[in-house]
Design a binder for this molecule. Sequence first.
Ligand code: LLP
Length: 436
Amino acid sequence: MAFERFGTMDVNKAGHLEIGGVDALRLVEEYGTPLYVYDVALIRERARGFKKTFEELGVVAQVAYASKAFSSVAIYELMHEEGLSLDVVSGGELYTAIKANFPKERIHFHGNNKTVEEIEMAIDYGIGCMVVDNYYEIELLQKILKKKKAKMSVLVRVTPGIEAHTHDYILTGQDDSKFGFGLTNGQAEEAIRRILAASDEFDLIGLHCHIGSQIFETTGFIMAAHRIMEKLVEWHKTLAFDSKVLNLGGGFGVRYTAEDKPLEPAEYVKEIIHEVKKMAKDNQLSVPEIWIEPGRSLVGEAGTTLYKIGSRKEVPGVRDYVAVDGGMSDNIRPALYEAHYEAVLASSPLDKAEETVAIAGKCCESGDMLIWDLPLPKSNAGDVLAVFCTGAYGYSMASNYNRIPRPPVVFVENGKSKLVVQRETYENLVQNDLHL
Ligand code: LLP
């Protein structure tokens, strides 16, 4: 495997992996392992790339960071610095945004089962908009808004009958999803009618859809935009409803391994804009604001996890297991989705591979394997393994399985490192436990 560099990654004079101008082995000395490292310059580059594309094409837009990919105070502060908006899906993510002083008007709240407490928190904080997901929520939200004598901007989440995964997109006549209102079965229209009828509480600003994640082609996005625009043409006439905003969600793919060939983020955006503009022009509608919600494509490739290699078990004629000091507790994706990753020895990323090993985690579960077939130079206990592209859904889906403390998160930029999430301690692990 050739060493594929992400962002500011480099190999320094000592021959070590360097990220953000900082030697990976120095990071390990300072912060220990396992360790999540984020290349801040790459996150900034991605954020600016999305924003610039909209600006160049003269479209009013919001780029909202889908913060489920990696939620922490510091990443919210960084996204704020870059002028992004924020998509949150729980009281916990909203609370984190409040702690980060994220501008409230640029926070969007998603979810198929928002609780009363979460809704009240969102109204009290004065967030920008709620993405309404089902009839129950319309009723509940209206009731709470009435009680608080408040009014809220809402988007209606629709399922356009397109499901996209990596290279496949599936057209589903029926909308078999726990999220949103069916676009083709009349549910979306009914939701819009109900919301428009409650204009004391709701300001219906637009529609939202999200067709999937880790998508490598633009077809699914274009079809979704097309289908929604068709409906907007109809509802302009029948409901006098003009959608100020069209939010097309996230899902832009990233490179985990050499097999993944994502488009430049700007490509997705360009094609979406083209379709929306064309449909608007052909039907004499005004071009809505276009919002997107990238998560993985903003932070995925910027993240690297550093582990220390420990034990080795050789099964003659089968495979050699090389174990690291983390695993499914800090990266559940291989076990959960059979996700693939690439990795190198941080001390010698350019050295030729001499063997293929299986990288095992340390959790008490046979399925806790990080990489099944990794070509690697000969490694020894104590060597540092750098696993690439762990920035999205790694830390955010980490757990304390086997009571393993969650690793810290470090940001690196311009030769400096900054600890932004501390390593959990054993004391943290028992702090909510009570005696018999
Ligand atoms: N907007 C909505 C409404 C979403 O549901 C999601 C992701 C996104 C935006 C961001 O999608 P992204 O740009 O990150 O693909 N845990 C899985 C991914 C679940 C994605 C859920 N929704 C994984 O590790 O692959």
